[in-house]
Design a binder for this molecule. Sequence first.
Ligand SMILES: *[C@@H]1O[C@H](CO)[C@@H](O)[C@H](O)[C@H]1NC(C)=O
Ligand SMILES: *[C@@H]1O[C@H](CO)[C@@H](O)[C@H](O)[C@H]1NC(C)=O
Ligand SMILES: *[C@@H]1O[C@H](CO)[C@@H](O)[C@H](O)[C@H]1NC(C)=O
Ligand SMILES: *[C@@H]1O[C@H](CO)[C@@H](O)[C@H](O)[C@H]1NC(C)=O
Length: 520
Amino acid sequence: MTRSLKGEIFRNMARCFWIITFISLICTKGSEGQASGLQRFPDGFLLGAASASYQVEGAWNVSGKGVSTWDHFAHTMPERIADGSNGDIACDSYNKYKEDVQWIKSIGLDHYRFSLSWTRILPNGFNTPVNQDGIRYYKSLLEELKAANITTVVSLYHWDHPQILEEMGGWTNELMVRWFVDYAKVVFDNIGHLIDIVITINEPKLLCQQAYNSTWKAPGKVFNDMGHFFCVHNILKAHAKTWHMYDQEYRATQNGMIGFTTPVRGWVQGEGVTEETIERAFQFDCGWIMSPIYTGDYPEVMKTRIAERSALQNYPFSRLPEFTDEWKKIIKGATDFFGLNHYTSSMPTFDPAEALGTFASDTNIIGIADPSWPSGASGWLHIVPEGIGNVLRKIKDTYGNPPVYMFENGVSDKGEIEDYVRINYYHDYISEILTAIVRDGCDVKAYTAWTLLDNYEWEAGYTERFGILKVDFDSPNRTRSEKLSTHWWREVLRTRTLIDAREFTSHLRQRRREGSTFEN
Ligand SMILES: *[C@@H]1O[C@H](CO)[C@@H](O)[C@H](O)[C@H]1NC(C)=O
Ligand SMILES: *[C@@H]1O[C@H](CO)[C@@H](O)[C@H](O)[C@H]1NC(C)=O
Ligand SMILES: *[C@@H]1O[C@H](CO)[C@@H](O)[C@H](O)[C@H]1NC(C)=O
Ligand SMILES: *[C@@H]1O[C@H](CO)[C@@H](O)[C@H](O)[C@H]1NC(C)=O
């Protein structure tokens, strides 16, 4: 058989594949969207991708930008980064933003979530002077997205705050609340009219644990098992003040939505997992951040446990700070949506060490991973799709079915172009999400893939890749190119249907065996 004849048969097979796909799509419509691996997204559901300034922008020292905690951390303590690298250039998105937007458009994404670098806008941290180049850059990026009809989702802050403010205590200093609100005001005044959804602060919980109770993330300070509590306390205040400012002064003219986003770990059943361990793990994880927003205070179980343990440790106060009644009122209700990031799950069980009296954490919970679970390239990222459904149902039951915007979900590998693991991960997780929506009535409005480009993965440097586009970090050009998952997403967005990953990949594998690449 000649090669061109093979090609012809192949193109016909490909056509057949899509025709069958569409027929099954039409046949399954109305049967709760679940049959033969095909599920349709609800009307108006947003599908997008996300990034963060330090992970993609580069241009760390151009046009008046000030030094951020991550510039400082990666430059002065490279030994804390897996490959000793930094984000000085990263994906060079500061220079290549127009190309990035073209990619977003070519894939067909509804929204793009990115973050602003505080020191690109305010080099000294404080609201004077305002760096006009920083404003120009973000304005151009937002206008480029708007011109392409892409919904703009902007995180004001994704972990790279001004180093100068860090020298003054950073998020452990309550003055940071004022400094953050001043910064947010500059953003709203200058580019707020171009932002559809504002995320004030990304993942307060993870930031506070890893930046002020561990050496993993900038600034990497450890404060006797309490820095993370002060940090979250101040971040919740800064968020709430910013929400009220937007609500009172900008909402009427800028018509956006504003909230923040928190990572919630999932759980599945297993030995030692009980209602109580699930509840306790959830409250110390999600409840720590979201309970103040939905109920006005930290969860009871946190207040009780941490007070008891602080007393045992001879502290004169609980390591968990208290909100005054005035602050409770300000924080309660200060969000337009529940922003959710999610990656992985475990089996929460009581820590047997506490019973022995040898060691006990504030939670007394340990999360066990089943060794049979597959993992991404990141050791912590076990692939457990079932967990996200449990998280969504629990959010619905605990907080009165709020609108949930998923702002991150994804998996890492070592940079494979044929990223079957990634396609299967997206498919299996999104399938659980659609089931939670269609079958269980969870009010999920958006899904955001982490992340658009392979990028600087914090303390993992460039050793773990989460992108749906490949970036060549060996080229000064930082050339972007497609992966298998780029194609899968393009097809999902074109059909607004969750395409079965195994069918899609076996179809492509078959084509490749016949001498074709997945490029067309
Ligand atoms: C900016 O940083 C780069 C290293 O990433 C360095 O080569 C360059 O000289 C710096 N430029 C200025 C103006 O300091
Ligand atoms: C813009 O995107 C929205 C969905 O996000 C869509 O409904 C609308 O048709 C698009 N408009 C254009 C001009 O493409
Ligand atoms: C804070 O750090 C201590 C010591 O490493 C650890 O035992 C504890 O679990 C950490 N707490 C949180 C909430 O991360
Ligand atoms: C640089 O990147 C652009 C866009 O990704 C690409 O078209 C071009 O071929 C690249 N140049 C080199 C030298 O790699």
